[in-house]
Structure formats: structure tokens, C-alpha cells
Design a protein around this ligand. Structure first.
Ligand code: TXA
Ligand code: MG
Length: 338
């Protein structure tokens, strides 16, 4: 696998110029590709929403080169947030903070908070450092679809609308950042990602709150139909994946399977991906695998249920949001069908 981690200065200069002129630039981060615009240019931010087909009131993440720029964007930074920034930035952690007055409503969706992240991908760092300001960047996909983890995913989906795509190879993590908010000195985890609740607890030496509350800021990624392929996706009990694949493909229906093992026998009409048992690799490949299965011309994608283990938490979260249904017995809460 070729790893392209740095852009040439010519590419970076051109991207910075484009951002200054109000154009969009897609760029790699260690999580997924972002669709970037100058965070201080409301027309450019609106264009991001247009290109994604995303409802205008949804807030976006502001990306910065370093925590030193925080004070331009957040009117106050709780001590606990500073401690998280020191430990986890640059990296896959997004913090929701009280917005500074000059942050545009187009960025925050009119809320009193702004989401901020300092990505670690070298090319994102090059771009942000050269640009000097904040870059809003939702994942560079159409609203409700799978996030892109390779430059070609962005080109396939947004190609005609986004002329400039910085190609940084495959995203290292493959799943969107962990998002946290603050309730006084207490941290609330709004979206699971590579930075886990255990890591947050261990670093802070304190309990944290899990999941969005009704009064929590809106996280559109927490609505159903997010991160979804077009083919309907069903999560099936781990031990029954072969049986489901066999039953569903009976009579010649084509079926797609995302499993953590090889099939017990060869199923004739089944496109089977063994994504393995290692959560890092599984997460890295997840969106690319779902894209592949989505294009396989199948009536359904069956996903073998993943372990109830924190290392699989972000994967489980994205699978549940992508699922149109969940079959069989489940013990966890928040499982929705239909
Ligand atoms: O890894 C990531 O976070 C990627 C890369 C490109 O950085 N970005 C990403 O952006 O996933 P997006 O827009 O697809 O998801 C950002 C999430 C949304 O669910 C949004 O609602 C939430 O962040 N968000 C943004 N601003 C917020 C705020 N002020 N309060 C609560 N949630 C916010
Ligand atoms: Mg997204």
C-alpha cells in the first residue's frame, strides 16, 4: 500500500489560495476525508452544506492547526478541556465549547457552542498551518451517506462539485472523531471514536457521562440513516451469519456479507468480505468495505454482529446507524429496527 502523507508546497499553496477565494478543498484527516471551507467565510460554509445536501442548521467542526488558536473560536475553555487538548491533540478528538462572538452562525447552526478539532494527519496539518485560520470540514460525502476514507471516494461522490481534492492516501483510522461536550467540569461523550471513554477516564481520573442527552447540542450523526449504504443493511447474530446468508440467497438472490471470519461453506450467490477480528483494521476498512458491498448488486448487506467490547464501540455505533434492521436477540439498548 502506497502511503502519501505529505503534499507538495505547490499543492498546499494552491489549496490555501482556493480557500481564501471561497472555494472548497477536500483534504485527508486521520479519521475520514473532510470537505473544507474557510470557517470565516459564511458563503463558503453554505456551499459546503449545498454540496453535501446537508440541512443548513446542522453545525460543523472547525479544524485548527493547534490548540493555540482556540481563543479565537471558544470564548472560554474549561480546565478539563485544556487537559484533553494537551493529551489528545493533534488527534481524533472533537470538543464542543462555548463559541466566541465572531464565530458565524453558519458554522454553529446558530447554537451557542462550536465544535473544534486539531487533526494529526500530516497533510491536514500542512494545510491548516499554511492557511493559518479555521477550516470547517464535515466528512466529504453526501448527507447521510458513507464517509470517505480515500481520495477516490470523494471524487466518485462529489467529483463535479469539488475540484480540489488533496490526496493523502487511506485514512489511518477510518472512523470519525470522538466528540465530547462539557457540563461544568464533567465530560460527556457524544460520539464514540478512536479516543475511548476508558482513555478519557484514565487521563482525567474521573467518571464521564455517556451519550447525548435530549438537551445536548444537536449531533446529526446521531440520527438514523447516517453513514448508510444504499443497499439495506441488517445486523445479524454473530453465530448465525452463515445461516442468514444461506437462507437469504436461496433461489439466486444476491447477498452481501461483512463478517469477521471466513464462511463455513461456499455460498453461491453471496459476496463475502472477511474484515477480520481486529477492531483497528475492521474500523480502518469499514466504509471502504461497505462501499464495495453496496456496489455488488445485492438485495441486502448482512453484517455479522461485532463484539460487545469497548474497542468495537465506534464500529458498533456506525453499524447501528447504517442498519435498516437488526435481527435476533440483542442485550444492549438503543437498538432500533425499521
Ligand atoms: O472525524 C471527524 O470528525 C470528521 C473529520 C473530517 O474531521 N468530521 C466529521 O464531521 O465527522 P461531520 O460534520 O460529518 O460530523 C460532525 C459532527 C456532527 O454530528 C455535528 O452535529 C457535530 O459534529 N457538531 C458540530 N458542531 C457541534 C456543536 N456545536 N455541538 C454539538 N455537535 C456538533
Ligand atoms: Mg459526516
Amino acid at each position: 500500500m502506497v502511503r502519501v502523507l505529505r503534499a507538495t508546497q505547490v499543492e498546499i499553496d494552491a489549496a490555501v489560495q482556493a480557500l481564501r477565494e471561497g472555494e472548497l478543498v477536500a483534504f485527508p484527516t486521520e479519521t475520514v476525508y473532510g470537505l473544507g471551507a474557510n470557517a470565516q467565510d459564511p458563503a463558503a460554509v453554505r456551499r459546503v452544506f449545498e454540496v453535501k445536501g446537508r440541512p443548513a442548521h446542522h453545525p460543523v467542526i472547525v479544524h485548527l492547526a493547534s490548540a493555540r488558536q482556540l481563543q479565537h473560536w471558544a470564548r472560554e475553555v474549561p480546565e478539563v478541556a485544556r487537559r484533553l487538548a494537551e493529551r489528545f491533540w493533534p488527534g481524533p478528538l472533537t470538543m464542543v465549547l462555548p463559541r466566541a462572538v465572531q464565530v458565524h452562525d453558519s458554522v454553529t447552526g446558530g447554537q451557542d457552542t462550536v465544535a473544534i478539532r486539531v487533526p494529526s494527519h500530516p497533510m491536514a496539518q500542512q494545510l491548516l498551518t499554511a492557511f493559518g485560520g479555521g477550516i470547517v470540514a464535515p466528512s466529504a460525502n453526501r448527507y447521510g451517506k458513507l464517509s470517505p476514507t480515500r481520495a477516490e471516494h470523494v471524487r466518485e461522490e462529489l467529483g463535479h462539485a469539488v475540484r480540489r481534492v488533496l490526496d493523502g492516501g487511506e485514512c489511518q483510522l477510518g472512523l470519525e472523531s470522538t466528540i465530547v461536550s462539557f457540563e461544568g467540569p464533567t465530560v460527556r461523550l457524544l460520539r464514540p471514536g478512536a479516543v475511548t471513554a476508558t482513555q478519557l477516564r484514565a487521563h482525567l481520573g474521573e467518571e464521564i457521562l455517556l451519550g447525548a442527552r435530549d438537551s445536548s447540542p444537536r449531533v446529526p450523526g446521531s440520527t438514523r440513516s447516517h453513514y448508510a449504504p444504499s443497499t439495506s443493511l441488517t445486523i445479524v447474530p454473530a453465530t448465525q451469519i452463515d445461516a442468514y446468508a444461506a437462507a437469504l440467497s436461496e433461489g439466486g438472490r444476491r447477498v452481501a456479507v461483512l463478517a469477521q471470519c471466513l464462511p463455513l461453506k461456499v455460498h453461491r450467490y453471496v459476496t463475502w468480505i472477511n474484515a477480520g477480528r481486529r477492531p483497528e483494521q475492521y474500523g480502518h476498512d469499514l466504509y471502504a468495505n461497505l462501499r464495495t458491498l453496496d456496489r455488488a448488486g445485492c438485495v441486502q448487506i448482512l453484517v455479522q454482529d461485532v463484539p460487545q467490547d469497548e474497542r468495537w464501540e465506534a464500529i458498533r455505533d456506525r453499524l447501528l446507524r447504517a442498519a435498516t434492521s437488526v435481527s435476533g436477540e440483542r442485550t444492549d439498548t438503543g437498538v432500533m429496527a425499521g
